[in-house]
Design a protein around this ligand. Structure first.
Ligand code: MG
Length: 159
């Protein structure tokens, strides 16, 4: 283990009434959901970008263009699995993933463990290597006004 790389990812989606809300691979009951070409899972998109960043292999928009019909409404777990495959093809293993979701409402805490399990199983990791945290922004900014949701992720990979 002498080649260790860190990666960071960030994603934002707007929220709109009546759409599905999918975060960390889990569908969450809410009045609003993410406006997106895919299922709008900002947490997974941030994690994909963190993994791609660690590989210096571009970003999710380059790999999975939102102009492509192939990716319309796609389950973002499929994108995460493809990015994980790329990590493995390059000879790396994922050490751990840490993701923070910023959203004012609903409370995400009841869904955190389900997200960790969904993400871990998609990446073929033990659950204790996957952290998901949630924060409000104290009603400040676009997340606080419930106009959108953002997610940050950092990952460590090694070979
Ligand atoms: Mg996105």
């Amino acid at each position: 283990m002498n080649d260790i790389r860190v990666g960071h990812g960030y994603d934002v989606h707007a929220l709109a009434d009546g759409l599905r809300l999918v975060l960390g691979g889990v569908e969450i009951e809410h009045t609003k959901g993410c406006v997106a070409h895919s299922d709008g899972d900002v947490a997974i998109h941030a994690i994909c970008d963190a993994l791609l960043g660690a590989l210096a292999a571009g970003d999710i928009g380059k790999l999975f263009p939102d102009t492509s019909e192939e990716f319309r409404g796609i389950d973002s777990k499929i994108l995460l699995r493809r990015v994980t495959d790329l990590v493995e093809e390059r000879g790396y293993k994922i050490s751990n993933v840490d993701c923070t979701i910023a959203m004012q409402r609903p409370k995400l805490r009841p869904h955190i463990d389900a997200m960790r399990e969904a993400l871990a199983s998609t990446m073929g990791l033990e659950c204790d290597r996957v952290s998901v945290k949630a924060t409000t922004t104290e009603h400040l900014g676009f997340e606080g006004r419930e106009e959108g949701v953002s997610a940050h992720a950092v990952v460590l990979i090694y070979r």
